[in-house]
Structure formats: structure tokens, C-alpha cells
Design a protein around this ligand. Structure first.
Ligand code: MRU
Length: 354
């Protein structure tokens, strides 16, 4: 079993500190939106769907902390809270989806209860906000199970599968997206072997994904990122499954840096390349991958490993944390609704409307 990633108590949010995994299972406490945003920014929790669930919880906590005297003030504070949460990280659209969904609940309540904000209204609103946050988590859990089923059905028997970064239970409130596909297929007896790329520089594959696969009993091995092409060519890899942080309207997909390279290798070797992500990952405002903001993280994450410098002092470094895989390299995007094969703007639109 993977330990709970988030525990919402109503008074605070206990966050499994993923920076300490796999060595220690330790929870930190976030009591408001600022502390939740800091936990997201500092990577105590990460993974697109999980960031969204945490943002919803952080929003609900902040609403309990604040004491607006009028609905107008509630509206202003709700906008400020959503903005604070959305500033934590720029690429995963789940964060924006959850914060905006909580915000629209607050604004709707404020519009329906104009004027003074008496204690009875406050209690009513807090219940509503907490219910919405719980719903966002429940929807994520259910989406993971459905993606697991749809994705596992696409994998061949005796599958040798590769994944990148961590799109597992640790990245969601459910069984995970890409890793959920692998563990579901494993339970159905379809997985011969799984490879987890270590995912430099933050090592989500080495610290988190292989840990999850081992705990779930999936026969698996960890490889460094630069081994991927060789392993695909020589070890019978017949599918790659990854998660997504944001999918543009035309199917272009932003995911952890290194994903695009794997898709290119998959194309060369004529093996399917699957993206598993819940529908809120699709950002229709982004017409193509060019419209997706790619987070640039600190140089220190590249030049230091576990506090030890591995490159010359004052070296110039680039650290884009995500890349965009063009839709043309994606065999199918698997959502909770099923698979979008050979995604295009038209098929993505049709799928969302279905
Ligand atoms: O920087 P991270 O660890 O938040 O990046 C995570 C990923 O890129 C995952 O692949 C993605 O969020 C999908 S998670 C189900």
C-alpha cells in the first residue's frame, strides 16, 4: 500500500513529504492557503492531480481561517486565495482547474447571499467549500480507476512497459494515472516487466515510481534516462505509458522533461506511446503545446545531488522541468472516459463532449 498523500482534517492538511521518500514517511502540516502553496512550490507534494487536490483543500482551509464581514469581501478574499495557490507552479493545469473551481463556488455563494455575511451563512459556505474539495479528491480517485481499466485494455499480453517520472499513486489521490495503468494491467496478469526511468534531475522515477512498483509487486527495474533507447531496442519494450501535466486542445502534451525524447524513440522503434491523464488535464485555452508555460526550476536541482555538488561552481545551467510531446507522436491519450486514438483537435473536442 502507498501511504496516504494528503489527509484533510478540516482544521489542517497533513501532507506526505515526498522529498523524504523513499527513506522516510513523514507528514508536514499546512494550515492555510499560504502553507499549502509553499508545500506545492517546494515539492513536498507534486504530480499534477495531487497538486490540484491539495489546492482545493488549501482553499477550503483558508476560507475557514478568514472572517469576511460581507459577501463582497468574501469574493475579494476568494480571488486572492485562488491567485496565491495558482502562483505556486505554472505548468500543471490541475492546479488552476481546482483553484478556479473552488473560486467559482465562492463567487456563486457570494452572489446568492449579497450583503452581510452572518455566522449561519459562513457555516453554510464552509460546508459547501469543504464538500467541493472532497468532490475534487473523489473525482480524482474514480478517474484513476477508470484510466487504469481503459489503459490496461490497450496493453498487449506479456507487456514490457516503460514509464517516466512519477505518475503513480504518489502523484494523485487514487492509484495513479500511468502507473495505475501498469498496476491494473499487472493485476490482470498482463505485465511481464516494467522499467522506470530515473528522471533527472529531480529523480521522481528513482525515488518514487520504482518504490511504488516494488510495493505493488510489479516485476520492474530502474534505469537512468540515457539507458532508455538501448533498453527499448534490446529488452522487448512494447509500450510506453506516461502521465501529463497539461494537454493542449490539439493533443500536444506537456509532461516531465524527458517525455518528448521517449516519444521520439518510441516512434523510431514503432512501439505505442500512451499518455494517461484525467480530462481536467486538457486545457482548451492552450491551442497547441506552444501555449503551455514550461516551468524553469532552480539550477541547484541540476548541479547538486543530495546536497553534493556534481558540476563546476558558477556553471551556467538550464533546467526546464517539462517538455511538450507533439500529438503526432502520441498513439492514444487515455482519460477516465476512454482512449483518444491519434489525438487531434477534433478528436480531443469530441472526446470531451462525449
Ligand atoms: O514536477 P512533478 O514531479 O510535479 O512532475 C510530475 C509529472 O511530470 C507527472 O508525470 C505528471 O504530473 C503526471 S502525474 C499523474
Amino acid at each position: 500500500m502507498i501511504p496516504p498523500r494528503l489527509k484533510f482534517t478540516g482544521k489542517d492538511l497533513k501532507v506526505l513529504d515526498q522529498r523524504l521518500l523513499p527513506d522516510r514517511v513523514h507528514y508536514l502540516t499546512a494550515r492555510n492557503a499560504k502553507e499549502t502553496a509553499a508545500a506545492i512550490k517546494d515539492m513536498a507534494l507534486r504530480g499534477a492531480p495531487l497538486i490540484g487536490c491539495a489546492a482545493a483543500d488549501g482553499f477550503a482551509l483558508e476560507m475557514r481561517r478568514l472572517r469576511p464581514s460581507s459577501s463582497e469581501e468574501l469574493g475579494r478574499l476568494a480571488v486572492k486565495t485562488a491567485d496565491l495557490l495558482k502562483a505556486a507552479r505554472p505548468t500543471a493545469v490541475a492546479l488552476f482547474y481546482a483553484a478556479d473551481r473552488m473560486l467559482s463556488r465562492a463567487l456563486q455563494f457570494a452572489a446568492e447571499h449579497p450583503g452581510r455575511f452572518p455566522p449561519a451563512d459562513r457555516e453554510k459556505f464552509l460546508k459547501l467549500a469543504e464538500r467541493e474539495a472532497r468532490l475534487i479528491t473523489a473525482e480524482d480517485e474514480a478517474a484513476c480507476l477508470a484510466m487504469g481499466r481503459h489503459g490496461a485494455a490497450l496493453l498487449p499480453k506479456n507487456c514490457v512497459v516503460m514509464t517516466h517520472c512519477n505518475a503513480g499513486a504518489l502523484a494523485t489521490m487514487g492509484i495513479g494515472t500511468a502507473v495505475g495503468v501498469i498496476t491494473t494491467a499487472h493485476k490482470a496478469g498482463k505485465v511481464k516487466h516494467a522499467y522506470s526511468c530515473e528522471t533527472r534531475p529531480y529523480l521522481q522515477g528513482a525515488r518514487l515510481t520504482i518504490w511504488e512498483l516494488m510495493r505493488e509487486g510489479v516485476p520492474s527495474e530502474l534505469i537512468t534516462d540515457n539507458m532508455a533507447a538501448h533498453i527499448i531496442k534490446t529488452c522487448g519494450v512494447n509500450a510506453i505509458v506516461v502521465g501529463a501535466d497539461r494537454i493542449a486542445a490539439n493533443g500536444d502534451t506537456a509532461n516531465k522533461i524527458g517525455t518528448y525524447g521517449l516519444a521520439v524513440i518510441a516512434k523510431h522503434h514503432k512501439i505505442p506511446f500512451y499518455v494517461a491523464a484525467p480530462t481536467p488535464t486538457v486545457d482548451l485555452k492552450a491551442r497547441s503545446g506552444d501555449d503551455i508555460v514550461i516551468e524553469e526550476r532552480s539550477c541547484g536541482e541540476v548541479t547538486f545531488v543530495k546536497g553534493k555538488r556534481i558540476a563546476p561552481k558558477n556553471v551556467r545551467v538550464r533546467h526546464p522541468a517539462f517538455d511538450v510531446t507533439p500529438a503526432s507522436l502520441i498513439t492514444a491519450i487515455v482519460t477516465e472516459k476512454g482512449a483518444i486514438r491519434r489525438p487531434t483537435a477534433a478528436s480531443v473536442k469530441k472526446h470531451l463532449a462525449s
